[in-house]
Design a protein around this ligand. Structure first.
Ligand code: MSP
Length: 511
C-alpha cells in the first residue's frame, strides 16, 4: 500500500452559514486535490465542522436549541454546500462524532498518563468570545483589549495545562531546519519572529464544565471539558485513526496510509494554533509532523471586512446560482493567489467573467467547434502541429505549477494558450479560407489545431472548472471526464473522429 497525498482544510465553526472565505479555502483545497489526482497521485481530501465550544453553545442558546440539535441542523447545510461547490472530499468530519470524540479522549488519557499536563489556578483576564486567557501583553498601547476579543472578564479558575513552553527551542529548530514547513515564507518568518521574541506560555487545555459544558469531557476529570482547539486540531488524525491508519493507531496492520498530512490548508488567523500548538501536541504524542502548513490570506468585500453583522458579505450560493459554479471557482482562484489578502468586488467578478471566460475561453471553444461543424461536418481532419509548441509549453508549466501548488500561476499559463489560440483564429481567418476551395488543406490544418487545443485545455482546466472541462470534452464528442493529466499530450484527437454539438459555455450577460 502506498501513502496517499493527504490534504485538509480548517474545519469551520458551525455557527452560521458558509461565506466567501470558507468557500475559497475549500475550493483551493479541491483544486489541489484534483490536480494531484489528475497527475496520478492517490489523494485523500478531508474537510468538516468544528462543533464544540462556547461560540456554538451560545449560538444554540440564542435559537433556543440544544447544541447538538443546532449542530445537526447546520451540518446539513454545510454538507450540502460541499456538494454545491462539487468538492471531491473523501470524508467529512464532525467533531461531535463518536469516532472523533473517542480518539480525543484516548489521546488526552495518554498524554495525562505520560505527565504532559498539570493543574494550576489562574487568575487573570479571559475573552469569552475567543475562549482564551489574556495577559497584560495582549493589551493595546492605550491599555484596552482589541474589540475582536469581545467582552474581557476577570476570572479565577483551576484548570489543566499542557506543558507547551518546554518545547519552544525544539520548535524553533524544527521550523529553521524545514524551510517549507510553513509557506509562504513571510508566514514562516512571522512564526519564527513570534517564537524568538516571546516566552511560550503553557496552554490551558480544559474548561470547567460548570461554565462551559459543550465539549469533550476530560477522561480523567469529569468536571472539565476539553479546550475547543485541543479537540478541533485532533480531527486531522482522528479521521485517519478511524479509517485504520497504523501510523496513528499504532496497530501492526494498516488499512490506509494517510498520516502525516501533506498539506494543512488554513487561513492566516489560525496560524499560531497550527504552527505552535499542533506541532507540539504531535511531538508529545510521538507522531510525525504534517509536511506543510499552507497559509492563505483573507478576503474582504469592497475594501471592508466581511461581516454578518454589517451585512458586508458575499453569498457564494447566490453567486453560483446566478453565474454558475465554474465562474465562481475560476474567479476565486484567478483573483487571489495563495498568501496575500484579496478583495471581492462585483464589478471585478463580472469583468473577469466577461473577458476571460465568455470572450476568452468560451469564444475560443465555441467558434473552433462551430467552424469544424460547419466546414467539415464535425469530422476531425488529419493531424497538424502548428500550435503544439504553445500547447506543450502550457502543459509543462501546468505540471510544474501543480507540483508546487501554484494555482493562480497555472491559470496564467493556461490563459496564454487561450489567448494565443484566439489570435490564431484571427490571423488564419478560417472563415475566409472556407470560401476558397484551393485553401482546403490549410483550413484542415487550422481546424485540427483549434480542436486539439480545446481538448488539451479541457484536461488542463479540469481541476479548476470541472463542469466546463467536461462540457468541452462532450462537445468534442469525447467520453467521460478529462481528469487525467497525461491525456493532455498533443495529438490525441484522431482523424475521422466525429465531434458532438457545440454550445456556448459561458452565456454573455448584459452587465
Ligand atoms: N474552527 C476553526 C478552525 C479549526 S481547524 C482545526 C475556525 N473556524 S472558522 O470557521 O472561523 O474559519 C475556518 C477557515 O475559514 C479558517 O481557515 C479561516 O481563516 C477561513 N476564513 C474565515 N473568514 C475568511 C475570510 N474572510 N477570507 C478567507 N478565509 C477566511 O477558525
Amino acid at each position: 500500500m502506498s501513502k496517499a497525498f493527504y490534504i485538509t482544510t480548517a474545519i469551520d465553526y458551525v455557527n452560521g452559514q458558509p461565506h466567501l472565505g470558507h468557500a475559497y479555502e475549500k475550493i483551493i483545497t479541491d483544486v489541489i486535490a484534483r490536480s494531484r489526482r489528475s497527475l496520478g497521485q492517490k489523494v485523500f481530501f478531508l474537510t468538516g465542522l468544528d462543533e464544540h465550544g462556547q461560540k456554538v453553545q451560545q449560538a444554540a442558546q440564542a435559537e433556543g436549541k440544544t447544541p447538538q440539535a443546532y449542530c445537526d441542523g447546520l451540518a446539513n447545510d454545510w454538507q450540502a454546500f460541499t456538494k454545491k461547490l462539487e468538492l471531491t472530499n473523501n470524508d467529512f468530519v464532525r467533531t461531535t462524532e463518536p469516532r472523533h470524540k473517542n480518539f480525543v479522549q484516548t489521546i488526552l488519557a495518554k498524554l495525562n498518563a505520560e505527565g504532559h499536563f498539570y493543574t494550576k489556578t489562574y487568575e487573570g483576564w479571559y475573552s469569552t468570545k475567543e475562549e482564551t486567557f489574556l495577559t497584560d501583553k495582549d493589551r493595546r498601547t492605550d491599555g484596552t483589549f482589541d474589540p475582536s476579543y469581545g467582552e474581557v472578564v476577570k476570572l479565577q479558575e483551576t484548570n489543566y495545562w499542557f506543558k507547551l513552553g518546554e518545547h519552544q527551542q525544539w520548535l524553533i529548530d524544527y521550523i529553521e531546519a524545514n524551510p517549507t514547513f510553513i509557506q509562504p515564507d513571510y508566514r514562516r518568518n512571522e512564526v519564527l519572529g513570534f517564537l524568538k521574541n516571546n516566552t511560550l506560555e503553557d496552554l490551558c487545555i480544559s474548561r470547567p464544565a460548570a461554565r462551559l459544558n459543550w465539549g469533550i469531557p476530560l477522561p480523567f476529570d469529569k468536571d472539565y471539558v476539553t479546550y475547543v482547539w485541543f479537540d478541533a486540531l485532533v480531527n486531522y488524525i482522528s479521521v485517519p485513526a478511524s479509517l485504520g491508519d497504523s501510523t496513528v493507531t499504532r496497530c501492526n496492520s494498516s488499512k490506509i496510509e494517510l498520516w502525516p498530512a501533506d498539506i494543512h490548508f488554513i487561513g492566516k488567523d489560525i496560524l499560531k494554533f497550527h504552527a505552535v500548538f499542533w506541532p507540539i501536541m504531535l511531538k508529545a504524542m510521538g507522531l510525525p509532523l504534517p509536511k506543510q502548513l499552507l497559509v492563505h490570506g483573507w478576503w474582504q468585500k469592497d475594501g471592508a471586512k466581511i461581516s454578518k453583522s454589517t451585512g458586508n458579505i458575499v453569498d457564494p450560493i447566490a453567486v453560483i446560482n446566478e453565474w454558475g459554479l465554474d465562474a465562481f471557482r475560476f474567479y476565486v482562484v484567478r483573483e487571489l493567489d495563495i498568501g496575500p489578502d484579496g478583495n471581492w468586488t462585483d464589478a471585478g467578478f463580472k469583468a473577469r467573467y466577461q473577458a476571460e471566460l465568455a470572450n476568452g475561453l468560451g469564444n475560443l471553444v465555441n467558434r473552433s467547434l462551430s467552424m469544424l461543424k460547419r466546414y467539415r461536418n464535425g469530422i476531425v481532419p488529419g493531424r497538424s502541429d502548428e500550435l503544439a509548441p504553445e500547447a506543450n509549453k502550457a502543459i509543462a508549466e501546468t505540471r510544474a505549477h501543480f507540483e508546487a501548488n501554484e494555482l493562480q500561476a497555472t491559470l496564467l499559463s493556461i490563459w496564454s494558450l487561450v489567448t494565443r489560440a484566439n489570435q490564431y483564429v484571427d490571423q488564419t481567418a478560417p472563415f475566409k479560407l472556407a470560401k476558397d476551395p484551393a485553401q482546403a488543406k490549410r483550413l484542415d490544418e487550422v481546424l485540427y489545431n483549434l480542436a486539439e487545443t480545446c481538448r488539451v485545455l479541457a484536461v488542463l482546466l479540469w481541476p479548476f472548472i470541472p463542469q466546463t472541462a467536461t462540457k468541452i470534452y462532450a462537445q468534442l464528442g469525447l467520453q467521460g471526464e478529462p481528469g487525467t493529466f497525461s491525456a493532455a499530450n498533443w495529438g490525441g484527437l484522431q482523424v475521422g473522429h466525429q465531434i458532438g454539438e457545440p454550445a456556448p459555455l459561458f452565456p454573455r450577460k448584459d452587465v
